[in-house]
Design a protein around this ligand. Structure first.
Ligand code: UDP
Length: 241
């Protein structure tokens, strides 16, 4: 096994099969373009378990993903893909950068799910892209942009319903996609409290309801407990434990 790439939250290793890679999920956490760093003990395992369970479930709904299996709690075997350098964000409720950039009040339910594309480039601070910029930078073809949009909306429908069944509101989330050797778009990366905003429907307290990385971003405390809570509800609902 050779280390192929080390990112902020995951390490990717090669395997003896050229089309299969191994992802090791880390406990390290970063926010604000890595200005804030920390460790959430157990996060690697938790995020890997949540992501694996959700990828598997989405596969059963005919969403193609890079997920193969989970050989250990914090490891995922994945299909090797060429990552499309776009972060696809879907929003159901106003929060985070949408509020900062538009003045919308946090918590406002959006009249329709918003799909946004950001350039995956830390040096440039992951800027928001327009559809023309996407084409200009040749990040994806018009057809792929339409495909990304429609897959993201479908995933949003499935996940919103699923999290609601866990008494959790899916506020917004980020997806990444990759192209397999046949140029098929596969859902990649992870779906976890690191990449989603998740609000607990079982509490009215604005502070306590946060079950995601915002607890770390804004020093709300009990970060690990929140992640564990999400894992428990997700795995239980999917009959995994
Ligand atoms: N997000 C992410 N990685 C990023 C940027 C955003 O996973 O590099 C997720 C974030 O956790 C949230 C959603 O995408 O669930 C929308 O994030 P937003 O644009 O509001 O950014 P932020 O407020 O985190 O700067």
């Amino acid at each position: 096994m050779k280390k192929l790439y080390e990112g902020k939250a995951k390490i990717i290793y090669t395997t003896d099969h050229p089309e299969i890679l191994l992802t090791q999920f880390k406990d390290d956490v970063t926010a604000f373009n890595s200005l804030k760093r920390g460790i959430i003990p157990g996060k690697g395992e938790i995020n890997c378990q949540i992501s694996s369970a959700l990828f598997k479930w989405l596969e059963s709904k005919d969403i193609a993903t890079h997920f193969i299996d989970q050989p250990a709690h914090s490891q995922m075997r994945i299909r090797a893909v060429k990552i499309v350098p776009i972060e696809v964000v879907v929003r159901n409720i106003a929060a985070g950068s949408l509020c900062r950039q538009t003045g919308l009040i946090e918590g406002k339910i959006l009249p329709f799910p918003l799909v946004e594309f950001y350039l995956k480039n830390d040096e440039l601070g992951d800027p928001l892209l327009t559809s023309d910029r996407l084409l200009l930078l040749e990040l994806a073809s018009q057809k792929q942009v339409e495909q990304l949009q429609s897959i993201a909306l479908k995933i949003n429908q499935y996940l919103t319903e699923f999290f609601a069944s866990c008494q959790i509101t899916l506020v917004d989330f980020k997806l990444e996609f990759g192209l397999d050797p046949q140029e098929n778009l596969l859902l990649a990366d992870e779906i976890s409290p690191d990449t989603c905003r998740l609000w607990d429907q079982q509490t009215k307290s604005l502070r306590d309801r946060v079950l995601d990385k915002d607890r770390f971003r804004h020093d709300l405390g009990k970060v690990e407990a929140a992640y564990q809570q999400v894992r428990q509800r997700v795995l239980e609902k999917l009959g995994i434990r």
